[in-house]
Write a protein that binds this ligand. Structure first.
Ligand code: NAD
Length: 483
């Protein structure tokens, strides 16, 4: 049975209650983890609070050093952690390894940044006497890091990296269905020498453990990634106490393919963008708008590419040229995607590829990679976030129609355009309502660039130097008595 890390110790829930973690490909139980009680959360927050005094004063180089040692430990267990991730989450082994590498790269990025955070010196007017000002960056205190199941490792790393190097302490709450790899990583980071209480992990259902953690009076900062509806609830709880909150929520990223696009590259980008992680990415390419003069050519190449995906267990390698497509994460997840698709089909959409539960797979939450055409723009599959391998493709007249339709969504996370026309690129950068625009590139979150949404995709940034700003407060200091 898995356990929780509190104050440097592996502990069970005080209630002794456990939750099963299920393999999405076989529906078999992989392991169990403790179901934390509010008292367990109290203990974890108290441990983080107690550790804050020393950690916030620890030399930044030392913090970085401990994080780097932790990265080395995790790297040494790469295969084991990736396998755990595949078995609890469903993603193919090569994707699990890629996620792990992304986590390590991100943690190293923040370790490198630890000693480079600085404030500023400000000359002041002398009418009150000679003085100067300083702007000092101070850590905040105890951070709650609430993580979803689609990228349990990287999305934990985007929170603990900047939080820890800035001098905060953290309580991580992984998703109930993916606590195993994350807990293992936290354990390895701890073994590398983090002082007890600096990094803790509690497991349990979001409605109980997550809400209690967000509401806890000693938690000053909530870093949340998850669904838009859950983000709204987190705001409701954290708002009255004026906690610092970042919300990385759902997305429905549009892709625009213009008449001059490199179609081979655009198709490759869309395939990775849509079908990586079985379509369960916040920044997945979820709608494609293709200029009418290249629509047929694009669709032909896309369908050829989609036909290479083969649903199957993540730990079984696909034979080239096949590409492994794992299962959806839960039965509920697949049922929702099927419902979204059915609604569009009932209103005139057509299946250009896939659309069914694959034959011979009575167990596991598999779904064929799917392409839809003739989809009404007000249908669920367009207006809601589709967290699965289903892609609607639209024909558009020109850049104005493409941008208008791209923006016709409640979400505003990512967006992309495939063209070499500098005017269209400029227009897309200026007018696409999204926190990120990729130009001739696959949708991907870079450790080096701030990432976060607008509209109902939330607010705040993860990744980049900028993310650290969300884990510090700026304190102004006036120093007088100079002469
Ligand atoms: P979710 O909202 O169901 O759960 C996310 C986390 O919140 C889990 O740890 C869960 O246990 C916890 N939680 C649930 N209810 C809670 C509550 N009432 N109070 C506090 N915590 C609670 O999301 P999910 O289904 O795990 O993840 C998929 C969603 O995450 C998608 O919408 C996806 O787009 C989004 N996402 C966004 C980003 C981004 O950077 N914007 C990245 C990845 C995923």
């Amino acid at each position: 049975m898995g356990r929780m890390l509190v104050a440097g110790e592996w502990v069970d829930s005080q209630s002794r209650a456990e939750m099963p973690v299920t393999n999405p490909a076989t529906e078999e139980v992989v392991d169990t983890v403790p179901q934390a009680t509010p008292e367990d959360v109290d203990r974890a927050v108290a441990a983080a609070k107690a550790a804050f005094a020393d950690w916030s004063r620890t030399d930044p180089e030392e913090r970085a050093d401990l994080l780097r040692k932790g990265v080395e430990r995790v790297r040494a267990c790469r295969e084991e952690v990736a396998d755990l991730l595949t078995r609890e989450q469903g993603k193919p082994t090569h994707e699990a390894l890629a996620e792990l590498n992304h986590l390590l790269h991100g943690l190293e990025y923040y370790a490198d940044l630890a000693s480079k955070l600085r404030g500023s010196y400000v000359p002041l007017p002398s009418h009150l006497g000679s003085s100067f000002g300083l702007v000092v960056r101070r850590p905040l205190g105890v951070v709650a890091a609430i993580v979803p199941w689609n990228y349990p490792l990287t999305l934990m790393g985007t929170k603990i990296g900047p939080a820890l190097i800035a001098g905060n302490t953290v309580v991580v709450k992984p998703a109930s269905t993916t606590p195993l790899a994350a807990t293992r990583v936290v354990g390895l980071l701890q073994e590398a020498g983090l002082p007890p209480g600096v990094l803790n992990v509690v497991t349990g259902p979001g409605r109980v453990v997550g809400e209690y953690l967000v509401a806890h009076p000693d938690v000053v900062r909530v870093a949340f990634t998850g669904e838009t509806a859950t983000g709204r609830r987190v705001m409701e709880i954290a708002g009255p106490a004026f906690k610092r909150v970042t919300l990385e929520l759902g997305g429905s990223d549009p892709v625009i393919v213009c008449s001059d696009a490199d179609l081979e590259a655009a198709v490759r980008g869309v395939l990775v963008g849509r079908y990586w992680n079985c379509g369960q990415s916040c920044l997945a390419a979820k709608r494609v708008y293709v200029f009418e003069d290249v629509y047929d050519a694009f669709l032909g190449k896309l369908l050829e590419g989609v036909s290479r995906y083969e649903p199957g267990e993540g730990w079984v390698k696909a034979q080239r040229p096949r590409i492994r497509l794992g299962p959806l994460h839960t039965a509920r997840q697949r049922a929702e995607v099927l419902e979204q698709m059915q609604e569009a089909l009932a209103r005139g959409a057509r299946v250009a590829y896939g659309g069914r539960i694959p034959d011979g797979r009575p167990r596991g939450h598999f779904l064929e990679p799917t392409v839809l055409v003739d989809v009404p723009h007000d249908s669920r599959v367009v207006q809601e976030e589709v967290f699965g391998p289903v892609l609607p493709v639209f024909r558009v007249r020109d850049i104005d129609e493409a941008i208008r339709l791209a923006n016709d969504s409640p979400y505003g996370l990512g967006s992309s355009i495939w063209t070499f026309n500098v005017r269209w690129i400029h227009k897309a950068i200026q007018e696409l309502q999204a926190g990120m625009t990729w130009v001739n590139q696959v949708h991907y979150g870079y450790d080096e660039l701030p990432f976060g949404g607008t509209k109902q995709s939330g607010f705040g940034k993860e990744h980049g130097v900028e993310a650290v700003d969300y884990y510090v407060e700026l304190k102004s200091v006036v120093v007088g008595g100079l002469a």
